[in-house]
Write a protein that binds this ligand. Structure first.
Ligand SMILES: Cc1cc2nc3c(=O)[nH]c(=O)nc-3n(C[C@H](O)[C@H](O)[C@H](O)COP(=O)(O)O)c2cc1C
Length: 315
């Protein structure tokens, strides 16, 4: 079980990404930087309570991924508590996180995700009931606000008061979705309003931006989402920078072996459709690679997994 009070500082986390931070990708990240804290992609509390097999499958944990935080989303405090309790009982994640940051209408329309920032009473009720339901730490992942960046300054202390053990703050509002840039200065202000640890998130893509975000926000840690896609080495680079050392470039061999290992674990988990579902990761690995456009076209047309493996091996 995680104890956020004593987790080594600065905390470095893989931020949750639906459809991306599944077990195979999380294992790849951990194989590069074992100190990274893994946030698993969000799962619907309703679906867990209804025992939807696909949703349950998303919560299985490989031992190499630990410590791992399982994120849930929903609007009903009782359902959220029941889902957290069931997940904890069966999968034993090291912590539970509550999604209060997702901007997607299909999540916010029923009042979940970032819509909870408009409804602090309900958000507090959720935190309280989830806290009562599980013995592990409960955190909240939030944005700066729904419309205004400063909404977090009232909202963050309310989450602490309700019992949250840690906050991860993405430095954008819901209205911004993923546009504009993350405002680390407002995260810094929010940090001064609470005594629980804060993880800063948004636009941290490499070691220099990780160091800068920590300097600006004075947060207890940082979390990387998009910058880790196709680049699990970003965490190694960040830990290396903490030691005031310089990272060496990734060799072609290391890059190839990582893609092949990722594909193998992806295939172990998803079976035959893996050749198709791996394409989103493959596109990310190929980004910035010389000749990427042609390679992407070639690889993304392959429908046989052993052929894809052979092609990657002979890159
Ligand atoms: C494809 C994708 C899926 C995401 N899914 C989730 C999610 O399931 N839960 C969540 O709290 N945030 C989710 N996010 C938001 C990220 O965790 C993160 O807060 C955001 O991308 C900003 O960080 P970044 O600049 O490092 O990408 C997602 C983002 C992306 C791009």
């Amino acid at each position: 079980m995680l104890d956020w009070k004593i987790t080594s500082r600065p905390i470095v986390a893989l931020s949750p990404m639906a459809d991306m931070t599944d077990a195979p990708f999380c294992r790849i990240v951990k194989s590069k930087a074992p100190q990274t804290i893994i946030y698993r992609e969000m799962v619907s509390a309703e679906a867990i309570v209804r025992d939807n097999p696909k949703t349950w499958n998303m919560t299985t944990i490989h031992p190499d991924e630990r410590p791992i935080v399982q994120q849930i989303f929903g609007t009903d405090p009782d359902v959220m508590a029941k889902a957290a309790e069931k997940i904890y009982e069966i999968m034993r994640p090291d912590a539970i996180d509550i999604n209060m940051g997702c901007p997607m209408p299909k999540i916010t329309k029923p009042g979940a995700g970032s819509a909870l920032m408009k409804n602090p009473d309900r958000a507090q009720a959720i935190v309280r009931s989830v806290k009562d339901a599980v013995p592990c730490p409960v955190s909240v992942k939030m944005r700066l606000g729904w419309k205004q960046k400063t909404e977090c300054l009232d909202f963050a202390p309310k989450m602490e008061e309700a019992g949250a053990d840690l906050l991860m703050i993405h430095g954008r509002t819901r209205d911004q979705a993923y546009t504009g840039s993350a405002d680390w200065n407002v995260i810094a202000q929010a940090k001064t309003k609470v005594t629980i640890p804060v993880i800063a998130n948004g636009d941290i893509t490499n070691a220099p931006s990780a160091l800068k975000a920590l300097e600006v926000t004075k947060a207890d840690g940082i979390a990387v989402a998009r910058g880790a896609l196709g680049n699990p080495w970003v965490f190694t680079q960040i830990f290396t920078a903490f030691k005031k050392e310089t990272s060496t470039d990734i060799s072609l061999e290391e890059w190839k072996q990582t893609m092949l290992q990722h594909l193998l674990w992806h295939q172990e988990r998803y079976g035959d459709p893996a050749v198709f579902t791996f394409r989103k990761h493959l596109s990310c690995y190929l980004k910035g690679f010389s000749g990427a456009k042609n390679l992407r076209q070639r690889f993304l047309s392959i429908t046989d997994i052993s052929l894809l493996q052979t092609e990657l091996t002979h890159l």
